[in-house]
Design a protein around this ligand. Structure first.
Ligand SMILES: Nc1ncnc2c1ncn2[C@@H]1O[C@H](COP(=O)(O)O)[C@@H](OP(=O)(O)O)[C@H]1O
Ligand SMILES: [Mg+2]
Length: 422
């Protein structure tokens, strides 16, 4: 029996259930919009977004050694500060929407995954805040959403609602206001292809959209690539309890809302989303014995082969049932030692995107863990928007990795053999 980690129904303020959602494509009645705070006398913001192309990324001098390896510990300080601010504000927007989750917030993308006002709003906020905080940098953003659906006539009410939400959220930090067009341009700044040269921000504005709609876990995941390597990452996890989810019953009244962050060579940290002064260094568990380990996997069976994870856990000698939660909150929870292993085996043919793992990977790595594919290769974020992987992703501490890798490879072999006998 899997242990399903579901927090919001008990410790979240009243939330309409996902089953109350009306069919996609419906538009929000204006009267259902979230209430906005009193507008300030805004200065109109003119953003330096080129609508149809991005400035060329900075590249390193030809022949120079890896810029990442050569960085001092103060490198990326201002980028990390900007990323934390961007993810925190985006999390605030998402929290507002999740609390007031309206049927009309659901749209449908061509791939049928639910996309919400919050996905678009979160992406717009991160893009706007990064540009505002790092104005002199060239800007490249690889992000999940684009504005194509929002530009359609039938989406204009939704777009207005997103713009209102964005303005309402950023007004706590900035005296500026953005227009619908600014929002569309900010969203579309995420069309970069990434790659091995220069710096690229990598964003999943709401990772775990299905969890978000269910009222469960989701994350705002933002990372920075420099010359193909992840150099910093931030994970906003608005519904994750401050203390371990391994002891959920004891802590069910606990506060929620965590911001994980890490920068290369500096360790990993967690702070409360609502109290930035509360930060603490985090570490993966030191568990060496699989019998003491527990493992995370996707809540959605469509995202990961639960049968294969079960076989691997049995082979390894893991006793505990799987902990199923949505999003990169799994990486955050593993980085602070709530569990020791994360197993992800998508169905055949699925291509993992870099924004689903970049921030989580550096948070875990800086906390002393390690993410590889099923063949034991480190994940390569330098190949564009996708990760080219062998079979799946496994994450654990360095002591457990060799035996985990062994159990993974034997279990995959056994699965393939039994499939070939059918
Ligand atoms: N068939 C599939 N197999 C594996 N991952 C999938 C998938 N369909 C969607 N996903 C990815 O799984 C992510 C959620 O991960 P998890 O299962 O850990 O919660 C989704 O992120 P989004 O919710 O941002 O679209 C999406 O990128
Ligand atoms: Mg995602």
């Amino acid at each position: 029996m899997a242990s399903r980690v579901r927090f919001s129904r008990t410790i979240f303020s009243p939330l309409p259930s996902a089953s109350a959602l009306i069919p996609s494509g419906s538009l929000p009645p204006a009267s259902l919009s979230l209430p906005l705070s009193n507008p300030k006398p805004y200065r109109r913001l003119r953003l330096p977004f080129p609508p149809s192309h991005l400035p060329p990324p900075r590249s390193s001098p030809a022949g120079s050694a890896s810029p990442v390896a050569a960085m001092s510990s103060s490198s990326y300080d201002k980028e990390l500060a900007a990323a934390k601010k961007a993810a925190s504000l985006a999390a605030r927007l998402c929290q507002k929407v999740q609390k007031a989750l309206l049927t009309s917030d659901v749209q449908s993308k061509a791939d049928k995954s639910p996309v919400t006002v919050a996905d678009y709003g979160s992406q717009a906020i991160v893009s706007l805040v990064l540009r505002k905080e790092l104005p002199s940098e060239s800007f490249s953003l690889v992000a999940e959403e684009d504005s194509a659906d929002l530009r359609k006539d039938e989406a204009q009410e939704t777009l207005k609602r997103i713009t209102e939400l964005v303005n309402d959220t950023i007004s706590s930090e900035y005296s500026m206001s953005v227009s619908d067009e600014d929002v569309l341009i900010a969203i579309d700044s995420g069309k970069s292809e990434g790659g091995p040269v220069g710096q690229h921000w990598v964003l999943d504005p709401i990772d775990g959209t299905k969890g978000f709609l269910r009222g469960d876990q989701y994350a705002i995941a933002l990372a920075l690539l420099d010359e193909g390597k992840v150099v910093l990452g931030v994970l906003g996890c608005p519904n994750l309890p401050h203390t371990s989810i391994a002891n959920l019953d004891r802590h069910s009244q606990n506060k929620i809302g965590c911001l994980f962050y890490a920068k290369t060579g500096d360790g990993a940290y967690m702070q409360s989303l609502s109290d930035p002064s509360s930060n603490a260094k985090i570490h993966v568990t030191a568990t060496e014995n699989p019998a003491d380990a527990s493992f995370f996997e996707s809540y959605e069976a469509a995202h990961s082969l639960h049968d294969l994870s079960k076989a691997i856990a049995e082979k390894l000698g893991v006793q505990a049932p799987p902990v199923r939660i949505d999003s990169q909150a799994k990486y955050g929870a593993l980085a602070r030692g709530d569990g020791a292993i994360y197993l992800r085996f998508p169905h055949k043919g699925y291509r993992e995107k870099i924004w689903d793992h970049a921030a989580g990977c550096i948070v875990v790595a800086e906390a002393g863990g390690f993410a590889t594919d099923a063949a034991g290769n480190a994940l390569d974020f330098s190949k564009g928007r996708y990760l080219d992987l062998d079979t799946g992703i496994i994450v654990t501490n360095k002591k457990l990795m060799p035996s985990l890798l062994n159990a993974v490879q034997e279990s995959i072999k056994a699965k393939n053999q039994s499939a070939s006998h059918l």
